[in-house]
Design a protein around this ligand. Structure first.
Ligand code: HEC
Ligand code: HEC
Length: 331
């Protein structure tokens, strides 16, 4: 009898503790701050070489412009509107959890990041932590920029500091639940020195460049919101926007459906064919030619960097996957 009563009491205790544990766990996940470290106490060197290298990273390799600057999508390649550089994005991708717009990162004190220290800017770029210590939505590619060398991130910040301040407050990011809770696990402190990658390192250097340029992110299709690991670089990621829809191309070295038949000259020509539009305005283009491939940004890539990128792309696993970049329009 007594044993039975005890078992019963034990059973009830367990039963009652289940919701307590669940609620407690939930509250923990909900209120827990993201993993972060204090920003570095640093004032970046503002030498002209540094700033120039930062400009290259911002406008060309990393294409920060692609998200943070005003662009004219009525024209081929969506050129940057110079006066709106860094003022915050106007484009919301339609398939994300919430309405996410890139903020103003010009040095404007009220609407931009003019009051941030250089250390806070570096932390945001590489570690995904805002000035107030909150987690940034990982559409901001800090999971890639986490590998950015100390020299490169400092050059970027030097360039950011020279942008003309623009007064503009794009609507603040609103992230829907439970994504708002889950993203807290994404930021991570870097916590160690990152030396530069040897520019003569061929494919290894190309891998570093591709990481900063995010070739893989755009060129890998998503399955339930996550990149499909069996389709790396095989294209098929769909970008639906208010300006049109575009699907990324297969850039694996597959002979029939990818870049298998391309040599370096063809790759270089394709990218450089956009060079003319750095000085003259690109032609008008409708949704049938809408693209998010940063052709205009990459038109400025140095031959040295293009070569390293090509070596890296060519060393990927070929995957057979035919893609029409402009669904609904002939290829
Ligand atoms: C794919 C789009 C995208 C690219 C490319 C991108 N960003 Fe961002 N960035 C964002 C979004 C979106 C946020 C806001 C995230 C949030 O509010 O949670 C952001 C936030 C930031 C912030 C924090 C600003 C603030 O007010 O919180 C900084 C600084 C920043 N980005 C700098 C850069 C730099 C420098 C580059 C290029 C090296 C870059 N970003 C490339 C989308 C992008
Ligand atoms: C913001 C997304 C995005 C990024 C970043 C991106 N691409 Fe693309 N890329 C696309 C889309 C979309 C297309 C298809 C539409 C087009 O050709 O304009 C494309 C097309 C291409 C093509 C043309 C393929 C063909 O068959 O004609 C090449 C080559 C290419 N990308 C290489 C790269 C490389 C190399 C990188 C990194 C250095 C890169 N892309 C980064 C979105 C992206």
């Amino acid at each position: 009898m007594r044993i039975k009563r005890r078992t019963k009491r034990f059973f009830w205790r367990v039963l009652i503790s289940i919701p307590v544990i669940l609620v407690g766990g939930f509250l923990y996940l909900y209120f827990r701050p993201p993993s972060s470290a204090p920003p570095a106490q640093i004032t970046v060197d503002m030498s002209p070489d540094r700033i120039e290298h930062g400009r290259y990273l911002f406008t060309t390799l990393c294409n920060c412009d692609g998200c943070h600057s005003e662009r004219d999508f009525s024209r081929l390649g969506g050129p940057v509107v110079e006066a709106g550089r860094g003022k915050g994005g106007a484009m919301a991708l339609e398939d994300l959890a919430g309405k996410i717009l890139a903020p103003n990162i010009t040095p404007d004190k009220e609407t931009g990041i003019g009051t941030w220290t250089d250390g806070e800017k570096i932390r945001a770029i590489r570690e995904g932590i805002g000035k107030d210590g909150s987690a940034l939505f990982p559409l901001m590619p800090y999971t890639n920029y986490r590998y950015m060398s100390d020299d490169d991130v400092q050059a970027l910040v030097a360039y950011l500091n020279t942008l003309p301040p623009v007064r503009n407050s794009p609507p603040k990011t609103q992230i829907t639940f439970p994504t708002s809770m889950l993203i807290k696990s994404v930021p991570a402190p870097v916590g160690h020195k990152i030396p530069p990658v040897d520019p003569d390192g061929g494919e290894i250097y190309g891998e570093y460049l591709a990481k900063l340029a995010r070739c893989e992110e755009c060129h890998t299709p998503l399955v339930r919101g996550e990149p499909d690991p069996s389709m790396r670089f095989a294209g098929g990621r769909v970008f639906a926007t208010q300006y049109g829809t575009v699907v990324s191309a297969n850039i694996t070295p597959d002979q029939q459906t990818g870049l298998g038949k391309w040599d370096f000259l063809r790759f270089q020509d394709r990218i450089k064919s956009y060079r003319q539009y750095l000085t003259i305005e690109p032609p008008k283009a409708g949704p049938d030619r809408f693209t998010l491939m940063p052709w205009l940004a990459y038109a400025r890539l140095t031959d040295h960097d293009l070569e390293a990128l090509f070596l890296y792309i060519k060393s990927r696993t070929p995957i057979s996957h035919r893609v029409n970049p402009h669904p609904g329009y002939p290829e």
